[in-house]
Design a protein around this ligand. Structure first.
Ligand SMILES: Cc1cc2nc3c(=O)[nH]c(=O)nc-3n(C[C@H](O)[C@H](O)[C@H](O)COP(=O)(O)OP(=O)(O)OC[C@H]3O[C@@H](n4cnc5c(N)ncnc54)[C@H](O)[C@@H]3O)c2cc1C
Length: 626
């Protein structure tokens, strides 16, 4: 990697030049870097704010799911069937769905070969199970920490090749040349003494953003501590975004952050709200007087984890709504495994048949939630115990939390964004639509990394950024009018995150979204006036503001068309029944200082296939990268 010092306004700025820079050290970023290298491109580097941060390495669940084409011997799955199922989730583009399906097995086998312990039976068969929105038993899992194992497997390859890494650097701004194509990144040290020169430039003709989901949009999230994400980088650069409206929310504990799905709910703990004076309210008793109904909904929440608008009126998502409602009153919400819901009136015989026979089969028709939990799933109890929370002694604080963004940067079938040279993979890429099968996030991240690296190696490997272009694009960052961070900035962002959780998450209010977007856009203007400020926190806040503004704009557009779908409900929107509208992709762009959103039909599923000799001929010419 070429390194030099550029002189800007009499300051020496450490500068690197590479053909391609990958940003992010999660499962997607590492995969992209290794794929580039193996494809013969050694003029690359991976930059990360902290090698050990990110969702892939630090999040998990009871059985973290990887979704791939079904290959169990009994199955009848095919890439086309998988593509159709992904596409049927709604508001998903057909070409990316097709790519995620046909590249699913090559990516999966690579992970298995690198040692990710996806289980096989005695014949070597990868047996699958059904995950949510899955018709074909496509799910597999290497255990609670599948994504961590994936990250570490790629990291081993990365280290084996000795690919250059720029650690402890936050990508703060994407730099573009006079034609609007990527020419570099402005980065800022996350570990530096603030009085030292902590700014770095990286000249690159291609940039692969693998920065994960933008956790900092919300206050209540189950993203791991230390992960903020930075989609706003791409928003600010003018890249088209899509489906920022489509998130997955569900109940999770706040400290430690963990989804309270499965047996955490099926053991029927009391759902408690505690106000500022310490008064306890049994939420089910308060809102669902029919004991059998309340208990059965609580039980079902265990295997219907994500909030779902279709289950909001009569189904298990009522539980999420109640948690959100009580929290909006200023209370804190807990699961208490030491007492039963409904107190003295608690009666397991009132459960519906399905729930009762499940507990019966598990020999868990026991007196207290703790006993039922221990009987059904002792490791679930131990998990919290090992993280410092003894469910036998103390209640567990929960909230309705954001877990995953289905949307993100809009990409084409090679995971290139609308900005030339800017590729995006992993959760930062907005390839999912309204409903996505559980585990498809990890598959999409692997496929995106493969596709972007294939395209770059075939088409853009020779491109470089020269010093003059980089200097011209970065000059504004080194102007004399630099100021230090105003501490209020982070506080304002915290307030906006709380707002997003209250009014722009699973439960949304169109009018509030519109007002908040105006207010945040104003804050952004203030940021722009004081910029550049040389501090990583400043840029994190700025990234969050960009994403929040774009998302609120997209939300407001959705509401204006009466589109109520997927993982959210609205408090002030008349729902449309127009299926074309319900399926549409919401696009958002930051252009000339304004956020603009519009709707479009999803790109259709391509025909794919081809006559072998024809495919082979063009493959020999250009690898079919076009
Ligand atoms: C609790 C939980 C459970 C989940 N369970 C599943 C599941 O079962 N199946 C499934 O498919 N998905 C699941 N997901 C989602 C899935 O884990 C993520 O979508 C995926 O791991 C994201 O990988 P990534 O590589 O895109 O991003 P990450 O792993 O988040 O990595 C992003 C990287 O970018 C770095 N970074 C970010 N911004 C910058 C910047 N500006 N400059 C430099 N570096 C930066 C970060 O530090 C990090 O290294 C779950 C998520 C959560 C939170």
């Amino acid at each position: 990697m070429k390194q030099t010092n550029l002189s800007i306004h009499n300051r020496k700025i450490k500068t690197y030049f590479v053909n391609t820079l990958v940003v992010g050290s999660g499962a997607a970023g590492y995969a992209a870097a290794v794929r580039l290298w193996e494809g013969g491109n050694e003029n690359i580097a991976l930059l990360t704010e902290n090698r050990l941060c990110g969702t892939s390495r630090n999040a998990g669940s009871d059985k973290q799911t990887y979704y791939k084409q079904g290959i169990g011997a009994m199955g009848t799955d095919s890439p086309l069937r998988m593509a159709k199922d992904l596409f049927a989730g709604g508001a998903m583009d057909g070409d990316t769905a097709y790519c995620e399906a046909v590249n699913s097995l090559p990516c999966f086998f690579r992970l298995a070969q690198m040692g990710v312990a996806f289980p096989t039976n005695r014949y070597g068969e990868f047996v699958g199970y059904r995950t949510d929105h899955d018709t074909a038993g496509r799910a597999t899992s290497a255990g609670p920490l599948t994504s961590k194992m994936m990250t570490e497997a790629w990291e081993k390859e990365f280290e084996k090749y000795a690919i250059p890494m720029l650690d402890n650097l936050l990508a703060a701004e994407i730099l573009k040349d006079e034609n609007g194509a990527v020419c570099g990144v402005f980065a800022i040290r996350t570990d530096a003494d603030p009085t030292e020169e902590n700014r770095v430039l990286i000249g690159c003709a291609n940039l692969i953003l693998a920065t994960g989901g933008h956790a900092a949009v919300y206050a209540d999230t189950v993203y791991p501590d230390g992960h903020t994400g930075s989609l706003g980088l791409a928003v600010q650069a003018g890249a088209g975004m899509q489906n920022l409206t489509e998130w997955q929310y569900g109940l999770a504990s706040v400290a430690p952050k963990w989804n309270v799905s499965g047996t955490y709910m099926q053991s029927l703990p009391a759902l408690i709200s505690i106000d500022e004076n310490g008064n306890r309210t049994d939420i089910l008793q308060k809102y669902i007087p029919d004991i059998g109904t309340g208990l059965s909904l609580l039980f079902r929440k265990g295997y219907e984890w994500p909030f779902d608008s279709a289950k909001a009126e009569n189904g298990s998502s009522q539980i999420d709504l109640l948690v959100h409602k009580e929290k909006s009153l200023g209370n804190r919400i807990y699961l208490d495994y030491t007492v039963n819901p409904y107190g003295e009136k608690f009666d397991l015989s009132l459960l519906d048949t399905e729930a009762k026979s499940y507990l019966e089969n598990a020999n868990a028709l026991l007196a207290t939630p703790l006993q039922r939990l221990l009987q059904m799933n002792t490791p679930a109890y131990e998990l919290y115990f090992n993280k410092g929370v003894d469910l036998a002694e103390q209640p567990l604080e929960i909230a309705l939390c954001a877990q995953h963004c289905n949307g993100g940067v809009a990409v084409d079938a090679w995971w290139q964004s609308s900005v030339e040279g800017l590729f995006v993979c992993g959760e930062a890429a907005g390839t999912h639509g309204v409903r996505r099968p559980g585990g498809s996030a990890l598959n999409a991240g692997q496929v995106g990394a493969l596709r972007a690296s294939q395209f770059i190696n075939a088409k853009c490997e020779d491109k470089v950024t020269n010093e003059q272009t980089l200097l011209a694009s970065a000059a504004h960052l080194f102007a004399e009018s630099q100021q230090k961070t105003d501490k209020k900035n982070s506080l304002q962002t915290l307030a906006s995150r709380v707002f997003m959780s209250e009014h722009a998450g699973a439960i949304r209010n169109a009018d509030q979204c519109r007002q908040m977007q105006e207010s945040l856009a104003e804050q952004l203007l203030q940021y722009e006036k004081t910029a550049p400020v040389q501090d990583a926190e400043f840029y994190r806040c700025r990234h969050a503001l960009f994403t929040q503004c774009a998302q609120l704009n997209a939300l407001y557009t959705l509401a204006a068309h009466g589109i109520v779908r997927g993982g959210a409900v609205w408090t002030d929107v008349d729902p449309t029944e127009d299926n074309t509208l319900l399926q549409s992709v919401v696009e958002t762009q930051y252009k000339d200082g304004d956020f603009v959103s519009s709707l479009r039909a999803p790109r259709p599923l391509p025909d794919g296939g081809g006559f072998f000799e024809e495919v082979w001929r063009s493959f020999r010419e250009n690898g079919n990268v076009e």
